[in-house]
Design a protein around this ligand. Sequence first.
Ligand code: ZN
Length: 278
Amino acid sequence: MTNKEGLLFGTAGIPDSSRERTSQAGIERIHELELGCMEVEFVKGVNMTPPTARGVGNAAAKRAIRLSAHAPYFINLNAKELEKMAASQERIIQTARVTALFGGDSVVFHPAFYLKDEPSKVYATVKKNLEQIVAKLRAEGNRVCIRPEVMGRVSQFGTLEEVLQLSAEVDGVAPTLDFAHWHARTGKSNSYNEFIAMLKKVENKLGRKALDNMHIHLSGISYGPKGENKHVDLDESDFKYEELLRALKDYNVAGALICESPNLEKDALLLQQTYRKL
Ligand SMILES: [Zn+2]
């Protein structure tokens, strides 16, 4: 993805208006809607066979739809039991393998829970595990980018700073900037100037190239003192998406913006149309 391709908009999973519930039909629907990308959701498990993955890759390549993947929710790179840790690593690796097969560029995942540990200790554990994961993938010739997500609840590892620091320190790791999560977690970060400050932080930490190939999640969101409550449609939320889109445009951010609102393509199209009109 180079900067001239700009910012693509798409859905977290198969659009609701897809003719059937398959990734291939979903890609066709993304194309019909004139969106640019789709995230393949493996949140309940990696359940795609290699032949299906190749078919999905062909469908996406034919229509120039950019693909990424979301790894299973059952991942905790700070798990206490060795078995759970190994299973967490394995779920990311399996997602990366199938993503490479369908020509996707990124694997998004929820990195860990603090479980009452010191954040600095959790950081070291997550970092060590990510280094092992990337090393295993590179040994297989897999170049898919591993993207921990900025998380919405205070119990979840994944502040903006933690995600950027991992991206700076571990080769092959880059951020998923979830602006709705960060707003829910902080109760702030919901204005043009704050969005610009976040983008500056990314640039200072990771360089301009990170903004030329950014992976973004966005939805409406409801939240309380502990952060995220749940994703809602943008028009039911206080999230100032127009100000975010303006900041992304002014800062010339390129890459993929995945809409995770419950109404999926409706908000993805709203975001794309709003962005293009700016
Ligand atoms: Zn996620």
